[in-house]
Design a protein around this ligand. Structure first.
Ligand code: SAH
Length: 376
């Protein structure tokens, strides 16, 4: 299944409704075929054109010659004691990515990756420590949802669980791969594909400010921002991207994001690192920083990984921190750690990143240029 595609064949898995319509128009066919294909591929989970019985035999043959529906190979599936699932997926070029499903009483959340590795190198995140290889294609992004939906429907003991929410909080920075992420979002929201509501699809970003403005123009899915520090000095250390887009610029982009929908707010993620960012004074600074930003806070107890020097804040410190934020008017929740016995918790996804160093350097140079260019 992971054999490289013949150059001339297109993988229909990665085409959203508009792109599929264009594909059929170019093939001399009626564009309404796009809806049929979306339903077969994403709703029914069919990858073999011959099974698509409401298409004529001639059209099925034509599709087989022009296109494929190709998925990554599932290398392994692991289940944690708490019902969390993790899949390691092998891509056609041999790189691997991880996808995690987190079942809860009233919802099932799929955490998906957007890149092989990550370029941002946040100090407390093990994905960043793996280096960076490349962006995922739209097909590779959406394939994680395709595979999870199918696997969960056949996994014993998980009959009640299905994907109701998607968070782009796996490996990578989704807003540095916007071109491929956007069509994947369209597929998630499309009624003929997965039909998720825009409030149940979340993009998480370390703060790529120009891309937040760009995202807002096209869609208004839920937004989570990895804040992690209340001032530039500390944030520069923890999230190096902050040197490019400091807090003031980031807060302006956040204030702008839901400006047309006053009922919605941005989730601010804040990893709790013992003795680093977890003091009462940090909490008070946060209250000030977020004054006028419609935000809710989500405190994430740090998940350790090999060779890290950080430690998780203890429960009392986290509770006190939450208390100060709440008293300051910030709705604050504490994220329950899930799946850590199979390394599936936040910041523990590493996959297998190949050939990283030189690509990492090259990518860094080109994306820096792009980001600075975008800023004007
Ligand atoms: N690049 C995106 C999405 C990936 S990270 C972003 O930065 O938002 C998803 C979330 O997990 C982020 O909030 C990230 O900061 C957090 N995280 C990373 N490493 C972690 C760790 N070791 N423990 C707890 N949370 C972590």
């Amino acid at each position: 299944m992971t054999a490289p595609l013949p150059a001339s064949k297109i993988n229909l898995l990665g085409l959203d409704r508009k792109a599929l319509q264009d594909f059929f128009i170019n093939a001399g066919e009626n564009p309404y075929r796009a809806e049929q294909l979306l339903k077969w591929i994403h709703f029914q989970g069919v990858s073999d054109f011959q099974v698509m019985t409401n298409l004529s035999k001639t059209l099925r043959e034509k599709l087989s010659e022009m296109a494929t529906v190709t998925l990554p190979e599932v290398l392994y599936e692991k289940a944690a004691a708490d019902g969390t699932y993790k899949w390691l997926l092998k891509l056609a070029d041999g790189n691997c990515i991880e996808t995690v499903f987190i079942p809860e009483k009233t919802r099932g959340t799929l955490c998906i990756s957007s890149q092989v590795g990550c370029i941002l190198n946040c100090d407390f995140c093990s994905t960043g420590k793996q280096g960076f290889n490349r962006n995922l294609s739209t097909a590779e992004i959406i394939s994680q949802l395709w595979i999870a939906v199918r696997k969960l429907s056949t996994t014993q003991g998980l009959h009640d669980h299905h994907v109701t929410n998607v968070v782009m909080m796996g490996m990578g920075e989704p807003l540095l791969n916007l071109d491929n992420v956007l069509p994947a979002l369209q597929l998630m929201l499309d009624d003929f594909a997965y039909g998720l509501s825009k409030r149940r699809v979340t993009i998480s970003t370390a703060g790529v400010v120009p891309a937040i403005y760009q995202l807002r123009k096209i869609t208004d899915v839920a937004l989570a921002v990895s804040l992690h520090a209340p001032n530039d000095e500390l944030r520069n250390e923890l999230v190096p991207l902050n040197k490019k887009f400091p807090l003031q610029e980031l807060m302006a982009a956040c204030r702008d994001y839901f400006k047309e929908d006053k009922r919605r707010s941005i989730t601010m993620e804040y990893v709790m690192l013992a003795g680093v960012n977890d003091s009462p004074s940090h909490a008070k600074q946060l209250v000030k920083l977020l004054n006028g930003v419609r935000a809710k806070m989500n405190l994430i107890p740090f998940n350790p990984f090999p060779h890290t020097t950080y430690q998780r804040s203890d429960a009392n410190t986290i509770a006190l921190f939450q208390d100060i934020l709440m008293k300051g008017g910030l709705n604050t929740t504490i994220r329950r750690t899930r799946g850590d016995d199979i390394d599936a918790a936040c910041g523990q996804l590493v996959g297998q990143v190949k050939d990283r160093t030189r690509r990492h350097e090259r990518y860094l140079r080109s994306s820096e240029k792009k980001i600075i260019g975008d800023q004007g």
